[in-house]
Write a protein that binds this ligand. Structure first.
Ligand code: ZN
Length: 198
């Protein structure tokens, strides 16, 4: 590894550690991040990077070389930090529940990201609109309206709920707003949004 790459990795590692700490205290959850950061230059056939950053299933953080020059980089780290504390987000559970992980993590990133970066001392001067996972966010927002929950009650509540149970949990929350509606009727009422979160 050349010196420049080593320096970049060390910087990201230090910054991610600070962000993870803030996300842990905000959520009351412990991160599974093992302290490691890897760089990758994997690209799709189109030549575009496969991803910005991702939590590996071994619980290291992998960052794409294309990401580190983007103004969005720090918000991407916030997004990954929320994944690292998300309860029960394992590969098997992700299948069929992707929106309940990506949507929840992305909503928390958009809602708290700039404050977290401010607290960390990395103000995001050039804040860009984030568009990834908009579809999941719309579906989750439509469910949140039925639950009549405020942002953090809903999204931090879901982050603290094992991923495999989030689908059932939102139905339960929605039912609490109207005791006359059965869980099966509520599931039917929310079915369109629930399907978009698969
Ligand atoms: Zn993600």
């Amino acid at each position: 590894m050349d010196r420049q790459t080593a320096h970049i990795l060390e910087t990201i590692q230090n910054e991610f550690a600070v962000i993870v700490q803030i996300v842990e205290s905000l959520s009351g959850l412990s991160s599974r991040w093992n302290g490691a950061v890897l760089l990758t230059d994997e690209v799709l056939i189109s030549g575009r990077p496969c991803f910005r950053a991702r939590k590996d299933w071994s619980c290291g953080l992998t960052v794409h070389v294309a990401t580190i020059v983007q103004p969005q980089m720090h918000l991407t780290l916030v997004h990954e930090a929320f994944h690292s504390v998300s309860v029960g987000a394992r590969r098997q559970q992700l299948e069929g529940n992707r929106g309940f992980e990506e949507g929840v993590v992305e909503s928390l990133t958009r809602f708290h990201g700039l404050d977290i970066l401010g607290d960390a001392g990395y103000p995001n001067r050039k804040s860009q609109a984030r568009e990834q996972f908009d579809d999941f966010l719309e579906a989750l927002e439509s469910i949140r309206r039925v639950c009549r929950a405020d942002h953090d009650t809903f999204y931090l509540g879901l982050l603290r709920t094992p991923l495999a149970e989030r689908r059932y949990t939102v139905v339960k929350w929605a039912c609490q707003t109207d005791p006359h509606v059965s869980e099966s009727r509520m599931t039917a009422r929310l079915s369109l949004a629930l399907r978009r979160l698969s």
